[in-house]
Ligand binder design. Structure first.
Ligand code: GLN
Length: 285
């Protein structure tokens, strides 16, 4: 069956369901059905052919996409920087803006001889694993409160052959217990985190893909978006080596707020150094 025939009507159905970039979505689904990498499939993919089984898969995936299931969950993996990560239904999907953040951190650490790094809340492992992939001098430890994410991050590390420099611990930060027992005396040169930072009153703007299919624990930052970030500040006070740095991805109103919090509550313990803008000129790293 020609893909062209199979495409029949789906572009409209996807549009009607509110999916943007329908062409891109269809090409992703077609690539997945044909078990080919997206960038090896030509733009005139309508000329390609499906067998009966592939056609059934295609229809099933389009149906799911119309119900706003994220592409990343339909496909089961997603590229992040130079690595491919497995995804899993309850685990936060790595975002393109986080690639910008990781690039920035890599740029700043590429000439440092050795880096002991801790990631707080690693999800699928996207940030730690791309750091490890890019920089051989990094050793990474992660803590992650979701059991499913902990398992997925470890699986991704093994699939990428990066597991010798990576450890991940299932741990929930609480006021009195920021780190798991086995890490409580450890110190790091670098702590990175993309904590949940969406403010409660911004939840109304999230897309169905996020609200219906993602675990909102990975996004919910409480009333000012900094609920979890504050736990990370406390953790950083105890677990950064002298001269060590904490790098955070946050929302675009957060850096000035963080600067104030450092000034008022962390004098002599943490110092706000700098903030960076993303490609849309939003101050958030
Ligand atoms: N920028 C993310 C999103 O809305 C939020 C990620 C986060 O809270 N860490 O997709």
């Amino acid at each position: 069956i020609e893909v062209n025939k199979a495409l029949n009507g789906w572009e409209h159905k996807l549009k009607d369901a509110g999916v943007r970039d329908t062409e891109f979505n269809l090409k992703c689904i077609v690539s997945h059905v044909l078990q080919r990498k997206f960038n090896t499939v030509p733009d005139d993919f309508a000329q390609l052919k499906f067998n009966a089984e592939q056609l059934a898969d295609f229809e099933r995936f389009c149906e799911a996409r119309c119900a706003r299931m994220p592409l990343q969950h339909i496909i089961g993996e997603w590229d992040f920087m130079d690595i491919t990560l497995k995804t899993a239904p309850t685990v936060f999907i790595p975002r393109p803006e986080t690639e910008e953040f990781v690039r920035l951190v890599i740029e700043n650490y590429k000439n440092v001889k050795h880096v002991d790094m801790l990631e707080v809340g690693c999800g699928s492992g996207a940030m730690s694993l791309s750091m490890l992939h890019a920089l051989p001098q990094v050793d990474a430890t992660a803590i992650e409160r979701s059991k499913a994410a902990t398992a997925l991050a470890w699986e991704n590390a093994k699939l990428l052959g990066l597991h010798q420099r990576f450890k991940v611990h299932n741990h929930t930060m609480e006021e009195d217990k920021y780190m798991p027992e086995e890490l409580k005396d450890k110190q790091y040169d670098l702590i990175i985190s993309n904590p949940p930072y969406v403010k409660t009153d911004e939840f109304q703007y999230l897309h169905p893909e996020v609200v219906v299919y993602e675990n909102l624990n990975a996004l919910d930052g409480g009333s000012d978006g900094l609920r979890v970030a504050r736990l990370v500040f406390e953790l950083a006070c105890r677990h950064l080596r002298p001269g060590g740095k904490l790098w955070l991805e946050l929302g675009n109103e957060h850096p000035p707020l963080v600067k104030t919090i450092m000034h008022l509550q962390y004098q002599g313990r943490l110092t706000f150094v700098d903030s960076y803008f993303d490609q849309y000129k939003r101050e958030r790293f």
